[in-house]
Each structure stands twice: as structure tokens, then as C-alpha cells.
Design a protein around this ligand. Structure first.
Ligand SMILES: [Ca+2]
Ligand SMILES: [Ca+2]
Length: 228
């Protein structure tokens, strides 16, 4: 490679390095829902590896005639205000008062480490369960910012206190046992589940065919029964 080419490459790499932090300084929210004939379980995660979060708020919307909220909970081992997780009296809020809407509002202020926010990949925000009122498909659930993204309900940088721009939302609603969430339950799901177990991959609710909150070989057995 001549020196001009190598200089161009160095510049290109530097540009990528310079540009990347600005692009990833946002929260990525994943909502993963598994349905059966009778219920739907949704788990909401945020990937905040690039920034420490002070607070966040996710709104799930659904069709009230099709679904009824059974329960909603926030992961308050991560999201809390108080001394090292001992005080869970928090501004965490679950609002299910309006049919068709579930708001999950979370925050963290550790009084032992006030500058620390929440950071990490795939941090659980909360879990919502619905019962199904009919057999209508598809089961429609969407996610976005709670309450229009007002400050301290939107995703807020713990360091600067500023709301983040560009929070993204990805929602997958799949039948329980559809391990790869592609809308079909077939032997490919076996293959993928095997790889997930071998690799110790993260829990995904619709891959949890046995429905016990973890991924084990029992999910194979349940998937086999489902395919028979
Ligand atoms: Ca599948
Ligand atoms: Ca399982």
C-alpha cells in the first residue's frame, strides 16, 4: 500500500472512530413478546452500553379488545432510588389506567453513588403480561417513549441530565417456541435453540418454550411436543 492510500485509510478509520460515539449515544429499547393461545408476556430491555442512564420511560400500546393487562412489574433491582438498592421507594411507575396503554417509567439514583446511572447491554426494564380475549392474529403490541418523552420520562443521560436523542425501539411479537421469532415454528428452531444453549445466550422469552423463565433442555422437549 502506498503512503497516500495508507494515509487515506488512517483518516477513514479516524473518522469512523470520531463519528461512532455520536451515533451510539442513544438508548436502544427491545421489546420481546411471546404469545400463546391464552396469554402474552412482554419483556422490555434497554441497551445502554454507550451511556449511563438516569431514567427512562417506555410505553407499550396494544388493542384493548384483544388483550387485558394481567400484571406489570419493573426490574427494581436495577432501577431504584435509595441506598444501594435497599430502598425501593422510587419514582418507578407503572401506569395501566388507560386501556390500550402500559407506561413503564424507571429511574436510578443510588444515594451511595449519586453520579452512577444504569449502564450495560440488555438491561431489563420490566415485564408485562396480558391475557388474550380472542384468537385474533397478529397480536399487535408496539413500543415508544412514555408520555411523549417528557424529560425524566424519556431516556436521560445520568452525567449531563440531558434527554437522549434518537432512542430506538425494536419490538418482536412471536409465538412462544418460535425461537428465532420468524413467524414459523419448525426444526430450524431446534437448531437455533441448541446453539443458544451451547453458547449460553441471553434469555429470550419466545424461545422459552417450556415457559419457566430460563432456557434449558426442557425447552427442547416442549418444542418437540409442539411440532408433533
Ligand atoms: Ca421459527
Ligand atoms: Ca425454559
Amino acid at each position: 500500500m502506498n503512503s497516500r492510500k495508507s494515509l487515506a485509510m488512517v483518516l477513514a478509520v479516524s473518522l469512523v472512530v470520531l463519528v461512532l460515539p455520536a451515533v451510539v449515544m442513544a438508548a436502544a429499547v427491545s421489546t420481546e413478546c411471546a404469545y400463546t393461545d391464552s396469554d402474552v408476556v412482554c419483556e422490555v430491555y434497554v441497551d445502554t452500553a454507550s451511556v449511563e442512564l438516569r431514567s427512562g420511560g417506555v410505553r407499550l400500546t396494544y388493542t384493548p379488545g384483544d388483550l387485558t393487562v394481567n400484571s406489570a412489574e419493573i426490574n427494581d433491582t436495577v432501577w431504584f432510588f435509595g441506598a444501594g438498592g435497599s430502598d425501593f421507594a422510587t419514582p418507578n411507575a407503572i401506569d395501566t389506567s388507560v386501556p390500550g396503554i402500559v407506561d413503564l417509567v424507571v429511574g436510578k439514583l443510588d444515594t451511595n453513588a449519586t453520579s452512577a446511572g444504569v449502564t450495560g447491554a440488555r438491561v431489563l426494564i420490566g415485564r408485562v403480561t396480558f391475557s388474550r380475549n380472542n384468537a385474533n392474529l397478529p397480536v399487535v403490541i408496539a413500543a415508544g417513549l412514555a408520555r411523549g418523552g417528557e424529560p425524566f420520562v424519556s431516556f436521560v443521560n445520568a452525567t449531563s441530565g440531558d434527554p437522549l436523542d434518537g432512542t430506538t425501539f425494536n419490538t418482536i411479537v412471536a409465538e412462544r417456541c418460535d425461537v428465532n421469532g420468524n413467524g414459523i415454528i419448525n426444526t430450524l428452531d431446534f437448531t437455533i435453540l441448541r446453539a443458544m444453549l451451547r453458547n449460553g445466550d441471553d434469555y429470550v422469552v419466545y424461545a422459552d418454550c417450556y415457559n419457566d423463565g430460563r432456557l434449558t433442555t426442557l425447552d427442547f422437549t416442549a418444542l418437540r411436543a409442539k411440532l408433533r
